[in-house]
Design a protein around this ligand. Structure first.
Ligand code: CMP
Length: 143
């Protein structure tokens, strides 16, 4: 139950005022928020975050979109954080997201899908360290 995942409200979600709603869903589900920041990410940070997608045709558009405004990056902690985090976000393409998921409730377009969540425990550790630094390894909250 110390599992962690990295969740991010993307620029369109921040612009539309969805940060509170999205953070609230994770809190109400029972996850602890370990860290949270509203930041305007640099190109370098985004290139590192999305390095596995560097060869994709949509990569330049993705980077431009992710730099179009601040993002709300946060870390959730709790049992099944990675898997449940993904389920709560819904399928990457909002056209395929199940009703009741964040993307189905707030998005229509895969290019503006409102939020990101780590896709494995390994990527979660990498992304949490990338966005919040190594110090976060010592953070913990009772669950
Ligand atoms: P995310 O969960 O942040 O992980 C990779 C992101 O790439 C994904 O959400 C989408 O925002 C984006 N993405 C994936 N496929 C496409 C696509 N076909 N066109 C535009 N963006 C995409």
């Amino acid at each position: 139950n110390q599992e962690r995942s990295f969740i991010m409200v993307k620029p369109d979600g921040v612009e539309r005022g969805l940060v509170g709603e999205i953070v609230s869903r994770f809190e109400k589900r029972g996850f602890k928020i370990l860290a949270l920041q509203l930041i305007h990410p640099s190109a370098e940070l985004l290139q590192e975050h999305y390095k596995d997608l560097a060869d994709k045709p949509f990569f330049p558009k993705l980077l431009a979109y992710m730099q179009s405004g601040p993002v709300a990056a946060f870390v959730i902690q709790g049992k099944g954080a990675v898997k449940i985090g993904r389920v709560m976000l819904g399928a990457t393409n909002p056209q395929d997201s199940a009703p009741g998921t964040i993307r189905a409730d707030f998005a229509l377009d895969i290019g503006k899908n409102v939020c990101h969540g780590s896709d494995s425990v390994e990527s979660a550790e990498r992304e949490v360290a990338l966005w919040f630094g190594d110090n976060i390894k010592s953070y913990s909250r009772a669950v």
